[in-house]
Each structure stands twice: as structure tokens, then as C-alpha cells.
Ligand binder design. Structure first.
Ligand code: KPC
Length: 536
């Protein structure tokens, strides 16, 4: 039994003097999630009527990191979240399941290509299940939730109110769990949710997005139509298809040419999208969804207007929406008078300040990519400014990634962008573009995670391109399709965006931990001796 107190008629659970272990947290979170009448969870110091340096409305990645940083700097933050756990949508419905499913897609792809070869068993499609992987995720997601609550209380010593919806009264006052909290500043980090276009039939059973997929899927889909051409569409589509669920993507734009992605190199794009088609996915670009059709309340097909203007019906037993997300403003913009853009994002400056003094917005609520680095760093930027630092966070340039059955990573300029900017552009690439070289049979790149492909199915072994400004010898872009390069690209991003940049010479003088060119060290070293750089 946990201490309970009653204030203004609302029962709450006060865990301030308790120290639940991970299993106890897990149990409490599960019980709270499954009971709509469960009590708010309070982890608050005992002083009467405190004034916080900031109330973080939303304890997702942005709020949790912002609050932790503020506390570490000697400030007093409070997090309020409607969910009974911290960490937000990432561990609950978004990044964590996405990474789990993408890893499954990679493994399934390998199992299929090598079915009954080498030491691989004959591929048994009946064991590859979307529903099975959703259940695997649901059975395990509580561990991350429990850890976030435990770490934030016991190690980071941040106060919080969970399982309680915050009501913003004004820029210095928030109510939640029957209490009123006063703060010098307010940080809005309520996250985002998927948006669906206005087409008929989306209310039929069998229509999902990344949220409802994990919360509601209760059958094994066999034929999926994805509406939209976002990262989510490519990633979940690749996963569905790898399990054996025949998948068609219906996208108005060319894949990877949507406005939300920057710096996508055309050769990389062709390798990625070509690879999806090679694996049997149907990709309809320039196509518009007209309506979802159903029988007995369930989706059975999608009518699509193709690029040539004709209409066709695509049969399916699942429709998956990959049409983007919008911030969950929950009326905060009207109460506070903060400016919102036409895409529904709260307008902030580089200090994460809205136009209302003392009101900040972070994470998926503001412009820019809805990615982890921006969520956490925008939260930290808000906290540091509130604590008196003059710190700007410019996220107009950033490294990016997505998963198909490959991991795709890129940073800096594309080849085409570099050619517009520099006179002498040098390309270092694997496989090289040389007419008649028979590159499909070249077992290169032979890199992290592609050794088996290189020796058995060389055309599947990935793609790498480094873009260099020949005059300064500086790397201005890097592009990678394969596996395991995300870590390297975090550091490449930092190195190439330093004022002094990263030269081919410095890159070629690094100590490689792998034989081959996955992080471009080997190839750079082969060219670095030339006074005048040439393509490779
Ligand atoms: C387990 C894990 O790191 C994924 S959930 C991350 C949430 S948070 O640490 O708040 O960014």
C-alpha cells in the first residue's frame, strides 16, 4: 500500500518518501495505465507553496532533459505529465518501437536473402509476425518507463507530478492533481500526434498510425496500403513488407523528396528506394489517396489516383497512415497568446523563447525535425537560458537518418548542392561510378553488417559517398546506406560543422577500426597524398 492523500476531493499517490525499485515502478505504471480512474503520482518536496524556476508541461525527452539540466545547475524544476511515466512518446509509441521494428526488418531481410543458405534455416514466413512484434514491444516497454521514473527521482532528483493533466492558468500558474503550482517560467513540451488527411473511410477498422498500431492492433495484417511518403511511411512499410505483409506506399511526393527531409543525395535516394522495390514493395509516387473502402466496417481497399490521372483500387486488410504529425497544443497557445505557425508549431527564437516573456516551447512543439536530438537539446537550451545563460541552439543543420531494411545516414551537402556552391567538387564513393565496371558484382562496400552480403549478394552491400570541396580539401557531405553508421555520423556531423571543418587529410589520418571504407577513412587516405584531389 502506498501513501495516499486527499486534497480538494482528489486522491493522489505520494511517493516522495518511497523508493520504488524498477519492478515496483513497472507495476505502478501498468496499473495506472490500465485504470482510467488511477490517481496522480506525486514526487514533490514537502515545502509549502514553493515557487519553481520552471514548470515543464510534458515530461518527454525535452522536458525530462531540460528539467534534469536545470536541477543540475542548481535550479528548481517541476515536471507535470499526463502519462504515469516520464520519457514521453519515445519509449511508449514512437522511437523505441520504431527502432525495434526496424531492427526486426533488417534481420528478417537477411533471413529471407539467405534462406536455406550457409547456416541460415529455410525462411519460415509463418514465424514473422507484425502482431507478434507489437506484443513483444508491449510486453517490454514498461522497463524503459520504470527506469525513466526511477532515474529522474532517485538520481536526477527532479520533482514531478505524473498521471495528471496540467491545466495552464497563466504564464506563471499551472494546476494539476488538484494543486496549484507557481513558477517563474513555463516550458511547453507536450509533444505531437499523427495527423490524418481528410479523405473518406479513415474511420473504418483496420486503419492505423504509429500510435494506434501499438495500442490497438489485434490481427495479423497480410496486405497493407500506406498513405503518405514520410520517414514513418518508409520505415514501417519496410518492416511490414519484411514480415511478409505485401506493402504499397502511396505518396504524393517522390520518396525522400518530401519537404521535411533536407540534403538527400540523389544517388543515395536511388539506392534506398531501388532497394525497397527490389524487395518487392510497390511504391506509387505522384499518387493521391481518394478514399478507403470497406466491408462490414473494415477497410478492404484504397482507391488511389495515380500519377497518370487514372484511378485504381488497391486491396488491403490494413491501411497505415504516414502523413506526418502536429504539435499537441491543447489550447495552450490561446491561453498564453503564443504565436503558432501555419504548420501548427509554436514560434520560438534560438533560445526556445516564445514571444511571451517567460514562456518557452521545446521538442516536437516547435519547428524543425521531430527527432530526439532536437527534443533533448531544445529542453536543455530552455533550461540554460532560464538559469541565466545566453545560449542559442540552431537546428537548421543536422545529421539525419532513416531505416528501410538498411540504415540510411547522411550529413552535410549532397553532391548536387556542393556543385552549386563549390567549383571543384571531389566525390569519393563506393561502389565507384565507372562505366562497364560491373559494379553489381563488386563486393564493396564490404562494411559493418554487410560482409555476408559482399561475399554472397554483392549488389546488396550498400552505398557510400563522401563529398569534398577540392579547393579547401574539406569534407562537406557524407552519405551512407548500410548498417551501424549512425554513431560515426554523430561525430562526423560535429567534425565537419566545426569552424575549421574536417579535411580529407585529417579523415585519412584517423585510426580505422574496420578494414573497409564504411566511415571513409580508408578511401580518404588513398587520395590524401594528391596535391590536387581527384574522384575515387
Ligand atoms: C530507454 C531510452 O533511452 C529510450 S526512452 C528516452 C526517453 S528520454 O530519456 O527522456 O529522452
Amino acid at each position: 500500500p502506498r501513501p495516499r492523500s486527499s486534497r480538494e476531493g482528489l486522491t493522489t499517490m505520494d511517493i516522495r518518501d518511497e523508493h520504488p525499485n524498477l519492478a515496483e515502478w513497472n507495476h505502478l505504471i501498468e496499473a495506472s495505465l490500465s485504470d482510467p480512474d488511477s490517481e496522480p503520482i506525486l514526487n514533490l518536496e514537502r515545502d509549502e507553496d514553493p515557487e519553481y524556476d520552471a514548470v515543464f508541461v510534458g515530461g518527454g525527452a525535452g522536458g525530462r532533459f531540460g528539467a534534469a539540466y536545470m536541477k543540475a545547475m542548481g535550479g528548481r524544476p517541476l515536471i507535470i505529465d499526463a502519462w504515469p511515466f516520464l520519457g514521453g512518446s519515445c519509449p511508449h509509441q514512437a522511437c523505441v518501437p520504431h527502432h525495434l521494428f526496424s531492427e526486426a526488418a533488417e534481420e528478417l531481410d537477411r533471413m529471407r536473402w539467405f534462406s536455406d543458405e550457409l547456416f541460415f534455416p529455410k525462411f519460415d514466413a509463418s514465424r514473422a509476425s507484425i502482431l507478434g512484434l507489437v506484443k513483444l514491444f508491449l510486453a517490454g516497454r514498461g522497463s524503459a518507463h520504470a527506469f525513466m521514473n526511477w532515474q529522474t527521482k532517485e538520481q536526477l532528483e527532479v520533482e514531478y507530478v505524473l498521471n495528471a493533466r496540467a491545466t495552464i492558468v497563466d504564464k506563471n500558474t499551472v494546476t494539476a492533481a488538484g494543486r496549484t503550482f507557481r513558477a517563474k517560467n513555463l516550458v511547453l513540451g507536450m509533444g505531437a500526434r499523427p495527423v490524418w488527411p481528410d479523405i473518406p473511410g479513415l474511420d473504418l477498422a483496420g486503419v492505423y498510425d504509429f500510435v494506434s498500431l501499438v495500442e490497438e492492433l489485434d490481427y495479423e495484417p497480410t496486405r497493407c496500403v500506406i498513405i503518405g511518403g514520410s520517414k514513418v511511411a518508409m520505415e514501417y512499410g519496410s518492416f511490414f513488407h519484411a514480415t511478409g505483409c505485401d506493402t504499397t506506399i502511396v505518396s504524393r511526393s517522390q520518396l525522400m523528396r518530401t519537404k521535411s527531409l533536407h540534403h538527400v543525395d540523389e544517388d543515395l535516394r536511388q539506392y534506398v528506394v531501388g532497394g525497397m522495390r527490389l524487395r518487392g514493395m510497390e511504391i506509387l509516387e505522384g499518387a493521391h489517396p481518394v478514399r478507403v473502402n470497406g466491408t462490414d466496417g473494415r477497410a478492404t481497399s484504397v482507391t488511389v489516383r495515380l500519377a497518370d490521372g487514372t484511378e485504381t483500387d488497391l486491396p488491403c486488410d490494413m491501411v497505415y497512415m504516414g502523413t506526418g504529425e502536429r504539435p499537441s497544443l491543447n489550447g495552450a497557445d490561446e491561453i498564453l497568446g503564443v504565436e503558432v505557425s501555419d504548420t501548427g508549431r509554436i514560434v520560438v527564437n534560438k533560445r526556445m523563447q516564445t514571444g511571451v516573456p517567460g514562456v518557452y516551447a521545446i521538442g516536437d512543439m516547435i519547428d524543425g525535425p521531430m527527432e530526439m536530438f532536437k527534443a533533448r537539446k531544445s529542453g536543455v537550451t530552455a533550461a540554460r537560458n532560464i538559469m541565466g545563460e545566453d545560449l542559442e541552439f540552431d537546428f537548421s543543420e543536422y545529421p539525419d537518418f532513416l531505416h528501410t531494411t538498411y540504415e540510411v545516414t547522411w550529413v552535410g551537402l549532397t553532391e548536387a548542392e556542393a556543385r552549386e556552391k563549390f567549383e571543384d567538387v571531389v566525390i569519393i564513393q563506393m561502389p565507384p561510378t565507372v562505366k562497364g565496371l560491373d559494379t553489381p558484382n563488386l563486393p564493396l562496400p564490404c562494411a559493418e553488417g554487410t560482409m555476408l552480403y559482399a561475399f554472397s549478394k554483392p549488389e546488396l552491400s550498400g552505398f557510400q559517398k563522401l563529398v569534398v570541396d577540392g579547393a579547401s580539401r574539406k569534407v562537406v557531405g557524407a552519405h551512407h546506406v548500410g548498417y551501424g553508421a549512425k554513431d560515426a555520423f554523430q561525430y562526423l556531423d560535429h567534425l565537419i560543422h566545426r569552424p575549421e571543418g574536417l579535411t580529407v587529410d585529417a579523415l585519412g589520418w584517423m585510426n580505422e577500426l574496420f578494414l573497409n571504407p564504411e566511415h571513409f577513412v580508408q578511401l580518404s587516405r588513398l587520395r590524401a597524398g594528391s596535391a590536387e584531389l581527384r574522384n575515387l
